[in-house]
Design a protein around this ligand. Structure first.
Ligand code: V0V
Length: 149
């Protein structure tokens, strides 16, 4: 299968959720996804879970559940703006080299949110394209941890 010149695949769709345990239960018990990973990321202000069809990160097209650590966090503010409900907050595309991908995206005229990538799920490196430059969708870019975790 051929890749695009920047992205490899959809890494995950990210849902803002108000109750992480309840959301995990729904996605595993009702929808049949498997819980691959769970962690707290204080820098991003989230407690999060990754779900997929196999046993470990990274898989293609995972589901990420994002619960706010506090109301002032990005997810907390997003939920408040969304009438107190969860919903799709982001889509994330995977790259092999986030530094090269970031440089190329900037060259193509979009604004990235961070000067340097930050740490995401499972030790990955993450960056975001501003939703105002994408037609209204928050696009995350991820380079998975080399360990495959
Ligand atoms: C805000 N806007 C969005 C949006 N969030 N549009 C689409 N999707 C979203 N998720 C729009 C919003 O409607 C406003 O448009 C405008 O952007 C400014 O929004 P705001 O409410 O004033 O919010 P800001 O500016 O305080 O923050 C917006 C940004 C923020 C995108 C800068 O959400 C951010 O820093 N996001 C990146 C980090 C993140 O999402 N972390 C949580 C996931 P109007 O009303 O002006 O037209 S952490 C994660 O994914 C991890 C750990 C991982 O994957 O491993």
């Amino acid at each position: 299968m051929s890749e695009s010149d920047i992205f490899q695949c959809v890494d995950h769709v990210g849902y803002a959720v108000t109750d992480l345990d309840q959301a995990i239960e729904f996605h595993t018990q009702v929808l049949g996804w498997r819980l691959l990973h769970r962690e707290t990321n204080t820098e991003q202000g989230v407690e999060e879970a990754m779900l997929g069809t196999g046993d470990q990160l990274p898989e293609n097209a995972q589901v990420q559940l994002l619960a706010p650590l506090n109301p002032e966090s990005t997810i907390g503010k997003w939920i408040a703006k969304n009438g107190g409900r969860g919903g799709i907050q982001q889509v994330c595309y995977r790259v092999a080299d986030i530094d090269a991908a970031s440089a190329e995206l900037i060259k193509r005229g979009v604004r990235l949110l961070y000067a340097e990538p930050k740490i995401g799920t499972g030790g990955s490196r993450i960056q975001f394209i501003h939703p105002k430059d994408t037609g209204g969708v928050l696009i995350e870019v991820v380079e998975p941890a080399t360990s495959g975790h």
